[in-house]
Design a protein around this ligand. Structure first.
Ligand code: 5U1
Length: 684
């Protein structure tokens, strides 16, 4: 009989790989992170206690091992070829390839068209994955095509690459060739995190992929999110080759190897021209960078017949798209005020054609990024435009800097006040951004602030949407939210796409919004860092708007969950005279709420208590339970911690209930909650 630990390890591996697949491939996590971590640690412990369990396909191998001194050289069993690359127009590139292929195969006009496979040319790093008897034993870079570098440890950290092929009868040897790449969203997320932490950012996804794979510390490599697509084979033993390239990729998919779905097969040059045009039109919407498309003769016997010239096969060609990075010069550095008041430095550029459009401006993100890249007016810079992402300056070519050197650029020095509204500009501690303190008064922030003010969870003005706000602000009819309450039927009816009936409905919604709550009103003001939950806490704590306006940093720090950053932001907001003026006008317009005294606020039976709702309650919806709890002075949060007073659990309560048990937090059912609420009514 199998010892228990063997069976347990096998079950854990199966379960962890299932969760990995759900999380990394399907993007649909099946269990909470904490539960996944528990399973993973259990497997790590078992493997540490029983070294005989430590196999190459264990998911624990994916976290990266000890740092390397350098990469070992790997001689490729079958050379890794490169591909002929062309940048002609869409039609001529495909037609000249088809003409060459037909000529080499001795086909003339009367012969049927050649069948081609067309796919994407990913912008990453070419990798050879070597599977022996189904097990991933080695991963190597292309190198010079004959000899590459052994990057097995780092490649194992890519969760979409199978450590074992999905087949009951694995081939003796199967080498899979493809590209490791970084998705654009992973690149953006990684860089945003790095920027926040004041750490160096990646220049582009391709450098991100290449840099991670050639990273000597696999634990660092594991932190950089990479993906992989297969597009061909190397050495193969004991695996019947399918008759075509497309069938080969299909077969790899069934073995669990990732293959990109954006591929076609078609007859003759026309199919390739159509594929090229289709992908060109959708290039920006793809989740990853490509630098072109690849055309291949689909039948493997014809590929064999066509053979190679030097290191490039005659049966394939890459057809490039315009580059997504170009060199240009910085004519000046402007500052734009964004919707949260952040002053974003923008480089004005000598116009340059990049990523299919002419770019004249590129973001420099913030002061830290300007300093890190040392961008100055007059510099030659690399500009990148990929996907729908706004163009950015990714690096400065220091060698080309004009002499004498231009001065460094500093936002606070060049813009001590907001260029749009003249309010003070500050850089808050711990923040990368320099911000305008103008808030509601600043026109650049006005549209967004208005939309927020009118939002469902704020003043709930039904019908005051995007298009209308644009018109109202652009025509100068609304400068601050207070102006909304001065709008007349005539003015509204005179707007584009606004019938008399809609204008009357909007006016009624504006009127109805005057019956507010203090919490909604505070939230509607759009104070930075004051979300809905904080607004409720502030309303509950201070009871009146005047008390909140008069509050100091020290007073604000008494409020649950308010830390120094939030406190500073609130003080700064009410210190700006324009904001006080707008608040006064809103009150004068008739916005009202019930203000509560200190005694009333502490009277609720759940005053000061924090509750977490989990599972389905028998009669109350989650929103209804939340309203009742808040009416009794309690607060509802999303996660269980030692600070939680009660967890209210219904049917199918999951990890939150388990956590409550683990931490010894009191657990209530709906009846228990209702009895607490009843005691509130009796008391209050
Ligand atoms: N999709 C794809 N990319 N790519 C790159 N196929 C493909 N094939 C290549 C290369 C270098 O080379 C083979 C044609 C040998």
């Amino acid at each position: 009989m199998q010892p228990d630990f063997l069976a347990r390890a096998a079950a854990l591996r199966r379960e962890i790989e299932r969760h990995n697949h759900a999380y990394y491939v399907l993007d649909q996590p099946t269990i909470p992170d904490a539960e996944y971590d528990r399973l993973f640690r259990e497997l790590q412990t078992l493997e540490a206690e029983h070294p005989e369990l430590d196999t190459l396909d264990s998911p624990t191998r994916r976290v990266g091992g000890t740092p390397l001194d350098g990469f070992a050289q790997v001689r490729h069993a079958v050379p890794m070829l490169s591909i002929r690359t062309e940048t002609d127009t869409e039609a001529s590139g495909a037609q000249s390839f088809d003409a060459r292929v037909r000529k080499e195969l001795g086909r003339d006009e009367s012969d049927p068209p050649v069948e081609y496979a067309a796919e994407l040319k990913f912008d990453g790093l070419a990798i050879n994955l070597r599977y022996e008897r189904g097990l991933l034993v080695q991963a190597s870079t292309r190198g010079d095509g004959e000899t590459g570098e052994d990057v097995t440890q780092n490649i194992r950290t890519l969760h979409t690459i199978p450590l074992r092929l999905k087949t009951g009868s694995p081939p003796a040897v199967l080498e899979v060739r493809g590209e490791a790449y970084m998705r654009r969203d992973d690149f953006e997320r990684y860089n945003a995190k790095q920027r926040e932490a004041g750490q160096p950012t990646l220049v582009n996804p391709r450098n991100g992929a290449a840099g991670s794979i050639r990273q000597l510390d696999p634990r660092l490599a594991a932190q950089r999110p990479l993906s992989f697509f297969a597009y061909g084979l190397g050495e193969v033993q004991g695996w019947p080759l399918p008759p075509t390239h497309s069938a080969t990729l299909d077969a790899l998919l069934t073995l669990g190897v990732p293959v990109c779905a954006e591929r076609i097969t078609g007859l003759g040059a026309a199919a390739l021209v159509a594929f090229h045009a289709d992908i060109a039109a959708r290039r920006d919407q793809l989740p990853f960078d490509i630098d072109g498309v690849v055309y291949k003769v689909n039948r493997l016997d014809l590929q064999h017949e066509l053979g190679f010239v030097t290191r490039e096969p005659r049966w394939a060609v890459a057809h490039k798209y315009p580059a997504q990075e170009q060199l240009t010069t910085v004519l000046g550095i402007d500052v734009q005020v964004g919707r949260t008041g952040a002053l974003t430095p923008v480089a004005r550029l000598t116009p340059v054609f990049v990523g299919g459009v002419t770019v004249t401006n590129a973001t420099l993100h913030n002061q830290d990024e300007i300093d890190r890249k040392d961008v100055r007016v007059g510099d030659t810079v690399i500009v990148r435009r990929a996907g729908d992402v706004i163009p950015e300056v990714v690096a400065t070519v220091i060698e080309r800097r004009p002499q004498p050197e231009p001065p460094r650029f500093n936002i606070l020095q060049s813009h001590p006040v907001c260029p749009v509204c003249g309010s003070h500009v500050v850089r808050l501690e711990g923040e990368a951004a320099v911000r305008c303190t103008g808030g509601l008064y600043c026109p650049a922030q006005r549209k967004q602030a208005l939309l927020h003010f009118a939002g469902r969870r704020a003043m709930d003005i039904d019908g005051l949407g995007d298009k209308l706000v644009d018109q109202l602000v652009e025509r100068g009819l609304v400068r601050t939210p207070a102006d909304v309450y001065d709008l007349s039927l005539d003015t509204l009816a005179g707007l584009e796409r606004m019938a008399a009936k809609s204008a009357a409905n909007l006016l009624a919604a504006i009127e109805a919004s005057k019956a507010a709550t203090l919490a909604r009103f505070i939230f509607a003001l759009g104070i930075r860092h004051v979300g809905e939950a904080t607004a409720k806490d502030l309303a509950r704590h201070f009871g009146t708007l005047d008390a909140l306006i008069a509050a100091t940093d020290v007073d604000l720090l008494q409020v649950r969950d308010v830390g120094p950053i939030v406190a500073q932001s609130i003080v700064q907001f009410f210190a700006e005279p324009h904001n006080i003026e707008v608040v006064g006008r809103l009150r004068d317009a008739g916005i009202r709420w019930t203000e509560t005294s200190g005694a009333q606020r502490s009277a609720g039976s759940l005053a000061g208590k924090t509750l977490v709702l989990t599972g389905t309650l028998p009669t109350l919806t989650r929103d209804a339970a939340k309203v009742k709890i808040e009416a009794a002075g309690g607060k509802v949060t999303g996660s269980v911690s030692k600070k939680t007073d009660y967890v209210v659990a219904g049917e199918e309560a999951g990890s939150k209930l388990a956590k409550a048990r683990e931490l010894g937090v009191a657990i209530l059912d709906e009846a228990g909650l209702l009895s607490l609420l009843v005691s509130n009514t009796n008391n209050g």
